[in-house]
Design a protein around this ligand. Structure first.
Ligand SMILES: [Zn+2]
Length: 1028
């Protein structure tokens, strides 16, 4: 009691000597901007909203399933808007447009008008602005462009603004493609991120090199550079207690003298100390504080109230200057302060957060989902082309839902494989819904184009597609044709080059023949479908469709289809009295160790030799390229480190091997199927790995189809399955891996260009993400492996390439997902570990010859021929008459070094067109040169009335973007840096687009009225009934 009275007296005295202000209402001065000559602390209020992770995107949005995570994005946006209205100096940034769009469509016109004002005043700034904050390891660059375009288009439409800052704060490592392509080429002035290797971070802090000028592309160099800032720790507030979500335990700023625990001085001291500590590792008088973290600002006033007070009292104190800021304001301040910055090249992979925590497992995590995303990525590209040719149907169906689902799937917990299982299921469900709708668009377009009369008279419901063809399930081709029905395969080529490829279809009878559109019979081949394939087919087709397949195909019918660029060909399959195809029988080679003769595979130039003594691959011989190489292929698994001892476990993110174990290293029996089109070697490596190697007559590479799983876990050990291709190439620790399927980056084992690497994890620490391929070389030859999805890979031993194909683990790795990566699939109550089927492609070339194959075949893998099927009654004429067409001038083909990345009809009827040069400078002696595309020959049926060159995401004119761009200077560089080659402006008369190596150019094309009925050139030829 006595103490209390003394206190009151003391307070009254204090009031008397100082100024005793009215304590009930306080106006904080938050208007402070940048002050020159002082240390400026930029308070950047932000929330990091994962587009699915522990909960699904919709659960996060509405705030359901809170027992998993108390997170509601709707609350974040509702409360932040109110908090911004309360004080015009407050600022906030928002990133993930998949969430913002959900919120936006829930708002009244009045609220929308208010928010538009907040955006135009800069109080609310859209940063990054993609549909999600994409991962940087697992997505293909085309997906990264598409998802960013999707978000930027939404922002442009609603707010007429263009984001100018990259904000990749959470992805687990950062790619070169992110820096230059999804950064500089978008018109971004800077990119910020939170996660770089712990050793790299420590060194950069010491050298004040966290902030750099990043040149991600060797080819585009300084023309595509960006200011890049790695945060000192993470994307949260600095150490020292600056978290202010309602339940956070940081001491709030208590400045009410009528209440206990007044702490303004302490808190100001904390603030100044944290600012000075960050200033010690940062160049210039500007530091950024990321004020927020995952799903924060659900009660925004709590954060802003404390920041108001800090700004007010810290600036009164005067030692440092605190201000409400955004990454744009911060970037401009950095740009104004100093004239040169350290240079960074290549990328920030792999990422280790700790001595044993290499985040390289997620390069392969959820290999099935990764495969599905990649398959649909290629399908989406083709479906949009077909949508353009038909004309976009405003009332639907459209490809938009698939674009939305693919956008969400690029999130850094989606295709990365680091979400919880129920969320991964949600991603797959969205993709499947989008796929179904896009299939209708494709069917309508094909129906329209094969239709003999104007007005698209053929019915789309008769056009079928087979998304499960990879597991030999395709009801259309499994139909009984003995009654005289004919199966018509419409084969669409989304590439701008003429193309031949082998088509493989499951059929029920051997009495079938294949005819081309002129009625001429083409060579075909029948191979038995092995029981292992049928078992995978029946189980997974049932799991996927919910129905047990009613029939069982017996054979793969194979033939070579030849398809014009951006067009289709049709082939007819009909029944015959006797097998018309080359019937392939199985030859079974049993290895008893007595040294049988070697077995040679391959009907063309390429031969693979399998050793007669152990059944293993031993030689790769190509008579055309004069390559004769000794080559081995093997499997092994890494035992996942378990988490029971509290040490770092292998999990969804982290790869931490605990021993390597060979698989199937003993002698093996092999089954060989030899045909005229291709040969197959079947190997049952162990009870849960089955492999088919194909060598085609007209292809100079080997194709390996693997089925891995269910990975057994009964021994309590998680396993990560890898395959190795071993040659005698003297690669001297060096190999090359792609960046998001685009540029190749040189990797050296146990080495980092930016610091002296302390090697703790000699395997996991040498893993890199592979999206297109990986290769190594010596002075004679190069070994390349291309992949059909995102995987992890490395070269752990000279001459050897390794891919991780699948992983199943039993412990959580403690990085947040709180689940073991243990995928299963169920049919009723029958649940099994997930099996993954995929392909990779192997080729050995003389030195300097490999790039052509990697680039052009890589594009064929990304954009496979799209197959659709319809039936025609043999006796009743035809329901289609156009049997072949090209979407462009039939005499034209895109140059070998150019690919059409986007052909898409926009909502306003204009066409979005993206063209990409496929080669880097110096990559190929013939093709790494400036090349030209004639737009008039791409659009032959409608006149081009206008072509506008745009930024990569098409949200601003390219010229306007170039003018606004901040110019940065690199430390030690002179003003006379060589000019980077770029294509020149497009002459409106000639309409020729030039592309320099690695250049991607984006255009909005306005087309006039159709010159003829179809957008496409069609070669109308009447199908004769009973063609033979
Ligand atoms: Zn995140």
């Amino acid at each position: 009691m006595a103490d209390y009275r003394a206190c009151v007296v003391l307070l009254l005295l204090l009031c008397a000597v100082t100024v005793c202000v009215e304590s009930k209402y306080m106006i904080y001065d938050t208007a402070q901007g940048v002050v020159k000559g002082k240390l400026n602390v930029h308070l950047v209020a932000h929330t990091h909203d994962d587009v699915g992770w522990l909960k699904t995107v919709d659960q996060y949005y509405v705030g359901s399933n809170n027992s998993i995570q108390g997170a509601c994005v709707q609350n974040v946006l509702d409360s932040t808007i109110q908090a911004l209205l309360a004080d015009k100096n407050r600022k906030f940034i928002y990133v993930e447009q998949a969430f913002f769009q959900r919120w936006w469509r829930d708002q009244s016109e009045k609220t929308q008008a208010i928010v538009k004002r907040l955006v135009s005043s800069g109080q609310l700034e859209m940063i990054n602005g993609g549909w999600c904050m994409h991962d940087e390891a697992a997505p293909h660059y085309i997906d990264m462009i598409d998802q960013t375009t999707y978000g930027h288009n939404f922002i442009k439409e609603q707010f007429n603004v263009t984001p100018r800052i990259g904000w990749q704060i959470d992805p687990f490592g950062h790619s070169a493609v992110q820096a230059y392509l999804l950064g500089a080429e978008l018109g971004f002035d800077s990119v910020f991120f939170g996660r770089i290797d712990y050793q790299d971070r420590a060194k950069r802090k010491g050298d004040k090199r966290l902030e750099v000028i990043w040149r991600g592309s060797k080819s585009l160099g300084s023309s595509s550079q960006i200011f890049a800032g790695a945060f000192p720790e993470n994307y949260e507030p600095p150490p020292g207690g600056f978290y202010f979500e309602v339940n956070d335990d940081s001491p709030i700023v208590q400045d009410d003298i009528d209440l206990f625990d007044y702490n303004v001085e302490e808190r100001v001291n904390d603030f100044v100390a944290a600012a000075l500590s960050q200033a010690n590792i940062t160049r210039t008088n500007h530091v950024m504080w990321t004020m927020g973290t995952d799903f924060k600002y659900q009660y925004a006033e709590s954060w802003f109230r404390n920041m108001d007070k800090f700004i007010h009292y810290v600036n009164k104190d005067g030692r440092v200057n605190a201000l409400y800021s955004t990454p744009s304001i911060y970037t401009d301040a950095k740009h104004a302060e100093t004239d040169s910055w350290p240079l960074k090249e290549d990328d920030y992979f792999p990422y280790a957060s700790d001595i044993d925590a290499y985040w390289t497992g997620y390069f392969t995590s959820r290999a099935g989902l990764k495969g599905y995303v990649r398959m649909l990525s290629g399908y989406y590209l083709a479906a949009r082309q077909l949508e353009v040719m038909k004309g976009r149907n405003k009332a639907g169906p459209t490809t938009d839902y698939l674009g939305d689902a693919l956008g969400i799937a690029q999130h850094h917990d989606a295709v990365s494989g680091t979400s919880q299982q129920h969320v991964a299921n949600d991603y797959a469900k969205r993709l499947s819904i989008g796929q179904k709708e896009a299939e209708v668009v494709v069917a309508e377009s094909i129906a329209c184009m094969i239709s003999p009369k104007p007005g698209c008279s053929s019915s789309a419901s008769n056009i079928h597609q087979c998304p499960l063809l990879n597991i030999s399930y395709c009801p259309s081709t499994e139909a009984d044709l003995s009654s005289g029905k004919k199966l018509v395969a419409v084969i669409y080529n989304p590439l701008g080059w003429k193309r031949s490829d082998v088509i493989r279809l499951p059929v029920v009878s051997e009495n079938v023949a294949v005819y081309d559109s002129s009625g001429k019979q083409v060579e075909s081949q029948l191979l038995p479908i092995v029981k292992e394939s049928i078992s995978v087919r029946n189980y997974y087709a049932t799991a996927y469709t919910g129905k047990t397949p009613s029939s069982t195909p017996k054979y793969w019918l194979a033939f070579t289809a030849s398809v014009p660029p951006l067009g289709f060909s049709t082939y007819v399959i009909s029944s015959t009295n006797k097998p018309a195809s080359n019937f392939v029988k199985e030859a079974f080679y049993k290895h008893t160790g007595t040294g049988n003769d070697d077995i040679e595979i391959g009907p063309g130039n390429l031969k693979l030799i399998y050793s007669g003594s152990d059944g293993k691959l031993s030689q790769y011989v190509n008579s055309k390229s004069s390559i004769e190489a000794s080559v081995k292929q093997s499997y092994s698994y890494y035992a996942g480190f378990d988490g029971t001892t509290g040490l770092q476990a292998s999990g969804a993110y982290v790869f931490r091997p605990n021993g390597t174990y060979p698989i199937g290293s003993q002698k093996q029996n092999i089954t060989v199927l030899k045909g005229t089109i291709y040969d197959e070697v079947h190997q049952k490596i162990n009870p849960w790995i089955y492999q088919v190697t194909r060598v085609y007559k007209n292809k100079e590479h080997a194709e390996v189809e693997f089925t891995v799983g269910p990975i057994p876990i009964e021994d309590g050990v998680g396993k990560e399955i890898v395959t190795q291709i071993t040659t005698t190439i003297k690669s001297n620790k060096t190999f090359y891996s792609d960046s998001n399927g685009r540029d190749f980056i040189k990797r050296i084992r146990d080495y980092r260009a930016d610091w002296d690497l302390e090697v703790n994890q000699p395997i996991a620490g040498n893993y890199y993400p592979i999206n297109l391929g990986i290769y190594l070389k010596d002075e004679q030859s190069e070994l390349s492996v291309l992949v059909d999805r995102s995987v992890g890979g490395s070269s752990i031993v000279d001459g050897q390439l390794e891919l991780m194909l699948h992983r199943r683990l039993l412990y959580d790795d403690g990085k947040g997902v709180a689940e073991a990566l243990n995928e299963t699939v169920c049919v009723g109550n029958d649940c099994r570990g997930l099996a993954v089927q995929g392909k990779y492609y192997v080729r050995i070339d003389p030195l300097g010859e490999g790039a052509k194959w990697r680039r052009s075949y890589g594009q064929e893998i990304y954009s496979p021929l799209l197959l659709a099927f319809t039936e025609q009654d043999g006796n009743k004429g035809t329901n289609f008459q156009v049997s072949k067409f090209s979407g462009m001038d039939p005499t034209y083909s895109l140059p070998d070094n150019v690919v059409l990345l986007t052909l898409q009809e926009l909502e306003d009827g204009n066409v979005l067109l993206r063209l990409a040069h496929l080669y880097e400078i110096g990559e190929d002696k013939d093709l790494s040169v400036i090349t030209r595309v004639e737009l008039k020959k791409l659009f032959t049926k409608r006149k081009i009335t206008k072509v506008s060159e745009m930024s990569l995401s098409a949200n601003q004119g390219r010229e306007e973007m170039e003018k606004k761009r901040l110019v940065w200077k690199v430390e030690g560089s002179k003003n006379d840096e060589p000019a980077v080659p770029r294509g020149g402006p497009v002459d409106p008369q000639k309409m020729v687009v030039e592309l320099a190596p690695m250049e991607i150019r984006t255009f909005i094309v306005t087309l006039g009225k159709a010159i003829s009925r179809r957008l496409v050139n069609s070669d109308i030829s009447l199908q004769r009934s009973g063609s033979s």
